[in-house]
Design a protein around this ligand. Structure first.
Ligand SMILES: Nc1nc2c(c(=O)[nH]1)N[C@H]1C(S)=C(S)[C@@H](COP(=O)(O)OP(=O)(O)OC[C@H]3O[C@@H](n4cnc5c(=O)[nH]c(N)nc54)[C@H](O)[C@@H]3O)O[C@H]1N2
Ligand SMILES: Nc1nc2c(c(=O)[nH]1)N[C@H]1C(S)=C(S)[C@@H](COP(=O)(O)OP(=O)(O)OC[C@H]3O[C@@H](n4cnc5c(=O)[nH]c(N)nc54)[C@H](O)[C@@H]3O)O[C@H]1N2
Ligand SMILES: [Mo]
Length: 666
């Protein structure tokens, strides 16, 4: 099949946020008016969760939107065990914006009441200081082994809530024999897990007992599923919470991403904010988001996804609007080869990103401060006008204007614009929404008054939200949306797919790259490529805030002081980080908040390849090092979070960057 492929997402969590100028919605609406396009499903953010959780607990976005409120955790939890931490830098962000920053507030309130925090992470500063968290640092990628040992202790020591498991879950009897070594001869006890994770066996045993003795929230960050076999720690988080029997109780149970974005733990809105309709897509073909390079390189090839056998379409034209794949995709040298295949690549961006530099046609677009819109963050209670603060720079135009004129030339202008200007759309969308919200019994001001004001507070269903409280109260009246209506510790459906990298119940599967793998002899550092502190992904990396964190003009890489010392490296050095896929330069920062054996290089430095070698980035984009390998055949999710690498001092003069200035024009 031939078609156009469209990708976008700012950021890729949901399509809410800005109502009118959301780039993804604009592009989809445009292509739908022309008959459709090969679309992507899921996201880099939550590609593994989105596929796994419907089998185990429910739809991921429903679960995030109905997570137990932070205020309820603050008031009731006695122990919070956070796999991947509760990162304050990430929780300051939500697609569409955050009106009230409350991460520090709920954590301080919980702590003041005596709640303990355990942060399971290779980085000590993944949890705010006021949590006074105990830090447990398993080898990256080994959390599933730690969680299995916690489960094994709960079961062996008679601490599992069997009444809860019988009433609300299925499949524990298929999982328990694996814990106790009856299926493979390996008992998943703390001694076993200690060898894999590096966490002392005694601490694992005691933690299991503490979890059973307390009102305990088990929360798993999104980062853990952005890795090879990322299904396993996520599924085990649900299994641990089920074994503790606290799902549906205030302050206990399961959470996913309390430190990943601000939306998690905010009460659910009764009515969502208005947004531009995208229309409907006449093309059925799709790919999981992170399979872009595979698709471009292997048209016609067959692959597995979520129980289906699919074929990659033959895409000749790529249209990118609101994303930067030469920042976000793994193995950028491979992506570089993949982008040579389509006949035409069109990119809209306000900046000369690496992606724009890979395009045949670049259309400069406005930024949100240059146009009128209204907005609301996901699950955020404020809905507010966003009048333009300044006029468009140079020849930049709104995505809407560009698509409107292209649609006109392609004979679909009326369909795309419906004859409305931006301000007419804003008024129209608001007025329609005002009727919807009136149906729910709420009155909001007329458009004129709204536009002149500071925003309105949206009604929520219940501020003191407890995830799955109704299911707990009456599992027959409020079954889950899983195949059995219960929590699935063993999934018959997943088991039936016979995927070696995602069997019917959660297991420990060694990733190809981790500190216990043979490859670690050559590449003895586990690279953690997490989200950046000083920007959103790659956005505004040339701006002063992001630049203020650079070291010797490169992206900072953090390393434990002893790891630096054994390599003869010092703070401020330009270093070369490398593995078999590629290499990048970075500026060294030593910090004992980083575990031994770990190097942290956040995503988002604008990719600045050596002209002769796409696998060498002079600036510090970690995606020249990460593998373009899916989480599993089940979910085909992104695994960019983790990779093995080694670091050495850069010899000679550090090369000049070219990406910070505009390219030479033809
Ligand atoms: N190694 C590794 N890689 C990762 C991750 C990881 O953990 N590790 N995380 C992944 C995750 S979770 C995500 S969400 C992705 C993020 O990847 P992306 O979403 O691709 O990253 P952004 O830098 O936000 O790209 C947005 C682009 O849109 C442009 N833009 C801004 N406003 C507008 C507009 O109005 N119109 C148009 N047309 N363009 C606009 C910006 O200038 C920017 O270039 O990265 C993924 N990549
Ligand atoms: N400031 C800022 N905030 C953001 C973003 C941003 O770009 N900048 N992006 C937003 C987006 S789109 C998303 S999807 C979310 C992502 O939210 P997350 O995926 O939760 O964020 P990350 O920063 O990638 O990872 C969080 C932490 O997980 C830890 N971790 C990594 N691997 C392992 C492991 O194997 N085991 C354990 N126990 N811990 C591990 C790392 O130390 C890392 O700092 O963040 C959002 N928030
Ligand atoms: Mo994301």
């Amino acid at each position: 099949m031939t078609g156009a492929f469209a990708r976008s997402g700012v950021p890729q969590v949901t399509v809410k946020g800005m109502a009118m100028h959301h780039a993804q919605s604009q592009l989809h609406r445009f292509l739908n008016c022309l008959g459709g396009y090969v679309r992507h499903v899921n996201s880099y953010s939550l590609g593994t969760s989105a596929v796994l959780l419907p089998y185990v607990l429910g739809d991921v976005y429903w679960l995030l939107g109905h997570s137990t409120s932070k205020s309820v955790i603050a008031a009731h939890a006695e122990l919070v065990v956070a796999f991947g931490g509760i990162s304050p830098k990430n929780a300051a962000v939500t697609p569409g914006g955050v009106s009230r920053h409350n991460t520090h507030g709920w954590i301080s309130a919980a702590r003041a009441r005596g709640c303990r925090f355990v942060s399971v992470s290779p980085l000590r500063d993944d949890t705010p200081a006021e949590a006074a968290a105990e830090c447990i640092a398993p080898r990256p990628g080994s959390d599933a082994a730690l969680m299995l040992a916690l489960a094994q202790v709960l079961d062996a020591d008679g601490l599992a809530d069997t009444d809860f498991l019988n009433r609300y879950a299925v499949g524990f009897e298929r999982f328990a024999p694996y814990l106790h070594g009856h299926t493979d001869g390996v008992v998943k006890d703390p001694l076993w897990a200690a060898q894999i994770t590096g966490v002392p066996a005694g601490r694992i045993r005691d933690l299991a007992h503490e979890m059973a003795a307390s009102r305990t929230l088990v929360t798993v960050s999104w980062s853990l599923q952005r890795a090879r076999h990322g299904e396993q720690p996520l599924w085990l988080g649900v299994v641990l919470a089920a074994m503790l029997g606290q799902i549906g109780l205030p302050g206990g149970g399961f959470g996913h991403g309390y430190g990943s974005t601000a939306m998690v733990g905010e009460p659910h809105r009764e009515v969502s904010a208005p947004r531009l309709p995208q229309g409907s897509n006449g093309v059925a073909a799709f790919i999981p988001a992170a399979r872009i390079a595979d698709m471009l390189l292997n048209p016609g090839a067959s692959y597995s996804y979520n129980g289906q056998q699919l074929t990659y379409p033959d895409v000749r034209l790529v249209y990118w609007c609101g994303g930067n794949p030469f920042h976000h995709h793994q193995d950028l040298a491979r992506l570089h080869a993949a982008f040579a295949r389509p006949e035409t690549v069109v990119v809209h961006d306000p900046f000369w990103t690496a992606t724009a530099r890979h395009a045949d046609i670049v259309l400069p677009v406005t930024m949100s401060i240059e146009r009128d819109d209204f907005g609301a963050g996901d699950n955020d209670r404020m809905f507010f006008p966003m009048p333009a603060l300044t006029r468009p720079h140079g020849a930049a135009r709104d995505d809407y204007q560009i698509f409107g004129e292209l649609a006109e030339r392609l004979g679909a202008g009326k369909e795309f614009t419906q004859g409305r200007t931006t301000s007419e759309w804003l008024r129209h969308l608001y007025q329609q929404w005002r009727l919807t919200i009136a149906d729910h019994g709420h009155t909001v001001p007329e458009f004129g008054e709204f536009w002149a004001g500071d925003g309105i507070t949206l009604p929520v269903t219940g501020p003191e939200q407890v995830l799955l409280a109704d299911f707990r109260a009456d599992p027959d009246a409020h079954p889950l949306t899983t195949p059995t209506g219960k929590i699935e510790i063993f999934s018959e459906t997943i088991d039936g797919y016979r995927y070696p990298d995602c069997p019917g119940h959660p297991v420990w599967l060694e990733p190809e790259e981790w500190l216990g793998a043979p490859a670690a002899r050559r590449f003895p550092l586990h690279l953690v490529a997490n989200q950046p502190r000083t920007r959103l992904h790659s956005q505004l990396d040339v701006g002063s805030h992001s630049q203020s964190a650079k070291v010797a003009g490169r992206e900072p890489v953090r390393l434990h002081p002893e790891e630096a010392a054994i390599r003869g490296l010092a703070d401020g050095d330009v270093v070369r980080i490398f593995n078999d896929r590629g290499a990048c330069l970075a500026g060294l920062v030593t910090d004992d908040a980083v575990s031994r054996g770990v190097a942290q290089l956040s995503t988002g430095a604008w990719y600045d390849p050596d002209p002769g070698n796409p696998g060498f980035c002079r600036h510090g984009n970690p995606n020249v090092l990460t593998a373009d390998r899916p989480s599993s055949a089940l979910s085909q999710g992104c695994t960019g979070q983790l990779a093995l690498a080694e670091i050495e001092g850069h010899r000679g003069d550090a090369p000049q960057l070219s990406v910070t200035g505009p390219p030479a024009t033809a």
